[in-house]
Write a protein that binds this ligand. Sequence first.
Ligand SMILES: [Zn+2]
Ligand SMILES: [Zn+2]
Ligand SMILES: [Zn+2]
Length: 278
Amino acid sequence: MELTLLGTAAAEGWPAPFCVCLNCEAARRRGGVNLRTRSGALVDDDLKIDFCPDTVVQMQQTGRSLARLETLVFTHQHSDHIIPQELWWVERPFTQTPPARPITLCGNAQVLKMVEEQLGDMPAEVRPYVLRLLEPLRPMVTPSGDEILPLPAEHIEGALVLRIRRSAARGGATIFYGHDSGLYPPETLDALAAGPPLDVALFDCTNGGQTVDYRGHMSVSGVVQMAAELRRRGCATGRTRLIATHFSHNGGLLHEELVQAFLPHGIEVGFDGMVVRT
Ligand SMILES: [Zn+2]
Ligand SMILES: [Zn+2]
Ligand SMILES: [Zn+2]
């Protein structure tokens, strides 16, 4: 399994367009891994998580395409995770190579409503997407054979974090996509503990080095706490890649400083274009 982190910033990106704070200016100066676009990920070539406004440029920068996409799964309805107008690029004439079959599009009720508004009265038989509702703690198996377990997040109403178990034919790896969320609700931790060991776990680190843990997101200390909790419960093992992502300039720690902060805890720091192989 190959997981590509396409973007690793919070909603406004880092540097943020209207901001010349010390952290945005430092990111502009240092460049490289300190330049972060809005979040999203690609699993191999067939499964995408979220579709942010930076998706076009992310596909260009990674040299990848969505031509083989089978499943598109959304965590929640914030605009840095779904931009419904851009779902049309799957259709002719925006692509000369549309998918042979409709893409399975999974999301909570709020996400599906946004997509439905885009599709309007387009008849089901010609729609490029088949919509599937995700409900917390109800596992869903995609036509490709992957199992998606949506779990409650501590974020906006309806927001989900996801445990994705690839089909056996695709290697069977298990990913925990843990953002956007504050400290995970007990039922989410219980469900993860009841499942298979994780190959990869991603955590929300919007608040970076801030000592106050604002609700709906985590800081370095929250990520360390949740990683320890997953280890204690046995779903994170010595083989699990633990990775923090979804960083805001307001968090105050640049990439190199985040690396130092997480190093003693065995947690990696995500960056745009990071590829995780299991
Ligand atoms: Zn977000
Ligand atoms: Zn800033
Ligand atoms: Zn959000």
